[in-house]
Structure formats: C-alpha cells, structure tokens
Design a protein around this ligand. Structure first.
Ligand code: PLP
Length: 332
C-alpha cells in the first residue's frame, strides 16, 4: 500500500498534532485520552473533509474539471471545506443542501458553515428533506455541461474510495507519531457519518497489521445500516489501494446509541461533552459530529467499555464552525 501512487494536491496542514488531554483523563479517572487534531487541517477552519479533498480535488484536476459539485446538510462541514478547496485550485463550487433539519432558525440558515460557504463564493441551492441528492447532483452536472462547463461530482461527505485515501493517510500519520513517541494506542474512536473516515482508518489500521481496534460513534443511521455502509466502502477501498481482503466484517464497529432524536439534533450528552472539553482543555468540538462522538466516548468510558489504563486516541474530525450555526440551541 503506497499512497504516493495516487494523485494528490496539498490542501491540509499536515501532520496534525497528536495531543494528550491530561485534565480530561484525570477528570474521568482514566483511560489516558489523546486527541488527533484533524480539526487543525487548516483549510477554511479545518476538519476531516480536507484530507479526503486532497485526493478528490487531484482527481478533479486530472479530469480537467472547472466546477465542483457536492451536497450536504445546510450546516455541512464537508460543503464548507469543499468550497474552500475549490477556491484554492481556481474552480467554481456548486453546493446542494438538503433541508435535513426542521425548525431551523436564522443562525442555522445563515451563520456558521453557511456564512463561510458564501464568503468562499459558492453557489448554493436547497432541496427538500428526503430528496435524492445524487440525482440532484447529476441533474445539476447536466445543466452545467450544457453551459459548456466540466463539472466534477464529489459525493456527500467526500466518501468514496478516492476520498477514503485521506483517512488511510491519517491512520499512517498517527501510527508514525505513536511509534516515534513510544505511545501504545489501545483504541481509536471517532464520529462516523458518511463512512469515508471510518473506512479509510480501518483499511490503514488493518493493512499495516497494527492490531488497533477502531470504534465509530454514529451520528445518523442505526448500527446495522452504518456498519454495512462502512463495510462496503472499506472493502472497495482496500481493493483500490492494493490490499484486498485486509479488512474483515468484524473490524467494522459502530455504536449508534448516541444519535438522539436524529442527525443534527442536539442532545444533552453532546452539550455536556462540548462544555466539558471547552472548560477542562480549552478545546472546541461541534454539535453534529465530534460533540456526539465525544459524548459517546465519555459514556463508554464511564460504563467500563475501555480499560482504565488504556491509551485511547479520539480523532477530532473538526466542525467547530458549526457551533455558530447552533448558537441558540446550546445550553451554556
Ligand atoms: C463529516 C464529518 C464527520 C464524519 O465523517 P464521515 O467520513 O462522513 O463519516 C465527523 N465529524 C465532522 C466534524 C464531520 O464534518
């Protein structure tokens, strides 16, 4: 497995730091908690989609695209990073938003990620909740081709085999850091949504025989649906990088008990986790993904899922701009 075989553009500040959280670890009475700071990838306030976009945008350039199309929720971190990436390589960006969250207020509709999308000059259109987003992107691509443009479609969350390469890269990066620092990682935890992060990480961890278990905390779908989605993409990604068969079905573990009332709907546990990390470690997490992932990890620590002496790495996937879109829904 050699990632340099794949076209890539530099968009992220890498490597991101791997930091120990002494006050959180002490507060919980163990395990030792580390955070892989992929909130610090740098592009347009950073986050996990930037690593994926390094490979996706390179593919778009190879295909002579001049406009990137993608989709997501209104407060999509993926859309925001894609809009920024398009600017950096001189392409246009078309965003299609699904009105996935009901009763959205002004901050949700205009602040946070959406504000940044507009600053990046992206063209935005909205479709109703439950729309076929892939069909909407294809229809828009046809429209743009009719205007003489060359569109490139990035799937929601940047989650396909090309995007997942970014998270193989992340796994290799923190294993290098752990080897360098003499850190034995016992478990890796992160928020899982469109599956590219988990699929990439599991391929990276398995293809190198690291023997590090990976746990995705779901933010959207039920466990069986989420694991199946990750599994499909992990199998395809392993083949794509020339390591077919390195991932087994039982390597795909998602815990979807912390979704609450649905995607993008705040939970009390998320709120508590965001406030706790801010006040103990000066660290910000987002309401939709990393905050729920953190809430799940903290609850699993309290209920004894992890050994007290273990070293856990939580991959901070970013999304902090989303806090502003949710400002009125947070209990401070
Ligand atoms: C998209 C996103 C995730 C989930 O990553 P997937 O690859 O879609 O599973 C997690 N955290 C944040 C902040 C995100 O924006």
């Amino acid at each position: 497995m050699l990632l340099s075989r794949f076209p890539r553009v530099s968009l992220a500040h890498l490597p991101t730091p791997l930091e120990y959280l002494p006050r959180l670890s002490e507060h919980l009475g163990g395990p030792h908690i580390y955070v892989k700071r992929d909130d610090c990838t740098g592009l347009g306030t950073g986050g996990n989609k930037t690593r994926k976009l390094e490979f996706l945008v390179a593919d778009a350039i190879q295909k002579n695209a001049d406009v990137i199309i993608t989709q997501g929720a209104v407060q999509s971190n993926h859309a925001r990073q894609t809009a920024a990436a398009a600017c950096k390589v001189g392409m246009e960006c078309e965003l299609i938003f699904e009105k996935r969250v009901k009763d959205a207020d002004d901050a949700y509709k205009n602040s946070g990620n959406v504000l940044l999308d507009r600053i990046f000059g992206a063209n935005i259109r909205e479709v109703a909740k439950g729309s076929d987003m892939n069909a909407a992107m294809e229809a828009l691509a046809d429209e743009l081709r009719a205007e003489g443009k060359t569109p490139y479609i990035v799937p929601g969350g940047g989650s396909n085999t090309i995007g997942a390469l970014g998270y193989i890269d992340c796994a290799l990066e923190f294993m290098y850091q752990a080897n360098r620092d003499g850190l034995v990682i016992d478990h890796v935890v992160h928020a899982t949504g469109s599956a590219g992060t988990q699929a990439g990480l599991v391929v990276g961890l398995k293809a190198t025989s690291s023997n590090i278990p990976l746990l995705g905390i779901g933010v959207n779908a039920p466990k069986d649906v989420q694991e199946e989605k990750v599994w499909q993409l992990a199998v395809e990604t392993a083949e794509y990088v020339g390591a077919p068969g390195c991932v087994q079905r039982e390597d795909i573990v998602a815990n979807c008990d912390y979704v609450g009332d649905g995607y993008g709907v705040p939970t009390k546990a998320m709120n508590d986790a965001v406030m706790l990390l801010a006040r103990l470690e000066g660290l910000l997490f987002d309401p939709v993904y990393s905050g729920k992932g953190l809430a799940g990890m903290i609850d699993l620590i309290k209920t004894g899922y992890f050994g007290k002496a273990e070293n856990i790495v939580f991959v901070h996937t970013g999304g902090v701009a989303g806090l502003f879109g949710y400002s009125s829904q947070l209990q401070l």
